[in-house]
Ligand binder design. Sequence first.
Ligand SMILES: Cc1cc2nc3c(=O)[nH]c(=O)nc-3n(C[C@H](O)[C@H](O)[C@H](O)COP(=O)(O)OP(=O)(O)OC[C@H]3O[C@@H](n4cnc5c(N)ncnc54)[C@H](O)[C@@H]3O)c2cc1C
Length: 417
Amino acid sequence: MRFSALQILKQGLTGNKGWGPLWRSPAPKAEYDAIIIGGGGHGLSTAYYMAKNHGFTNIAVLEKGYIGGGNVGRNTTIVRANYFLPGNSEFYSHSLKLWEGMEQDFNFNAMMSQRGQIMLCHSDGQRDALVRRGNAIRNQGDDAELLGRADVKRLLPYLNYDSARFPIYGGLMQKRAGTARHDAVAWGYARGADQRGVDIIQNCEVTGIDIENGVVRGVQTTQGAIKAKKVGIVVAGRSGQVAAMAGMRLPIESHVLQAFVTEGLKPCIDHVVSFGMGHFYISQSDKGGLVFGGDLDFYSSYAARGNLPMKEHVMEAGMALMPMIGKAQVLRSWGGIMDMTPDGSPIIDKTHVDGLYIDCGWCYGGFKAVPGSGYSFAHLMATDQHHGPAAKFRLDRFRTGRGLMDEEGTGAQHNLH
Ligand SMILES: Cc1cc2nc3c(=O)[nH]c(=O)nc-3n(C[C@H](O)[C@H](O)[C@H](O)COP(=O)(O)OP(=O)(O)OC[C@H]3O[C@@H](n4cnc5c(N)ncnc54)[C@H](O)[C@@H]3O)c2cc1C
C-alpha cells in the first residue's frame, strides 16, 4: 500500500480496517546473498539501500530483539550536519541531504522537522571556535549562521542571560538541522526494505560467524545456521561482542548514554538548543515533552540503563541554562549503549575476513547518520569499494594513527567524545 492523504481519507471512511503490517515476518531461508546483523537504524537503512541502489534483494536483516528496540528508538532524535573536520564534514552533509528527501523516498512519515539547532557559546574563545566551525560548514556547502547575544535572546528568550558563571555570548545556528521521530525512521526503512524483498527476521540473535579459510560463509543464530556470501556487522553498542565472533578486537568501548523526557507542555522551545558549557541539549517533542540529554555515564557497561550521578549532572546543567525547566516534571529516563571509538568518529570498512564488513563506532551521534551510513555501507558491501563521503572511516587509522578525526579535540579517551 502507498501512504497518502487520500489513503488516510479512504481508510477513515471505511473504519480503518485496511491497514496491514508494515513488514512481513518470514522464517529465515537457508542461504542469502547478504546478511545484515542488527536491525537498528543503520542495519535497516543498509538493507534498504542495498536493495534500492544495488539490486540486492536476497538479503536478511537479523535482529536479536525487535525493530526499534535498540538505540534507534532510544535517542534524542537530533539531526544536523555541522561537523568540522574533513571526513566527518562531507559524510554528515551527505546524510542530511538524504534526510531531506527520505520521507518521500520511502513513503513514510518520519516527522522530519527542520526547526534549527543553536549551539551556544559562553566565552570569546568559544565564539572563535564557532566562527571556524561555521566557516568549515559553509565551505562544505551547508548552512551556518553566527548569532550575537541579542539574536540569541530574541530567539531563545527563556535562557538564563544573567548567569555570571556561564554568560551567553552568542551561538551558531544551522537552520536545516532539527529532529525526526526516531522509531518511525526504523519503521520506514524496514517497510521500504521489506517491499523490495528483504527478509526482516526479529528475535534472531547471531551467536557465531562462520569463516572458512579467511572467507565468511554465514552465521549461527538462535534460529539455526544461515549461509551467506556477504555479512555486515551493524550492532552499535554490541559491536565489540559480535566482532569478537570473527576474532576481531575493536578499538571500541561501550558506554551508557541517558535521555530524559518531561510531561507534555504547551509549545515553548522551538529549536534544538545545545549548552556550550556542559553537555546538555534540549528540544521539545511534537507531543510537548521536553526531551534532553547530556554526558555519557563514564564507565563501560552493557546495561541499557543509567546511574543517578549522571542524572543529577544533566539536571544541574539544564537548570543553569534555563531555570524554567525546574517547573517541569520528568516523566521518564532511559539509557542506550554507545559504541565509542578513541577519536569519536565512526568506522565503515572491510575486515580481515573476505566478505565480512563492519559499520560501527557511531558514539552518540549515530541517529543523524542513519541514512548516510546505510547508503555508504550498502555501497561498500555491494561493490567492495568505499563510498566517497565515508571513505575516511577506515578501521586501520587506529593502528597507524594516520587519518584520526578527533572532532572534539579530546584525545584518545573513548568516554570524552
Ligand atoms: C540516549 C541517547 C541519545 C542519543 N541522541 C542522539 C541524537 O540526538 N542524535 C544522534 O545523531 N544520535 C543520537 N544517539 C546515538 C544513536 O542513537 C546511535 O548512534 C545509533 O542509533 C546507533 O545505530 P543503530 O540505530 O543501528 O543502533 P541500534 O538501534 O542499537 O541497532 C543495533 C541493533 O543490533 C542488534 N544486535 C546486537 N547484537 C546482536 C546480535 N548478536 N544478533 C542480532 N542482532 C543484534 C540490537 O538488538 C540492536 O537492535 C543517541 C543515543 C542514545 C542512547
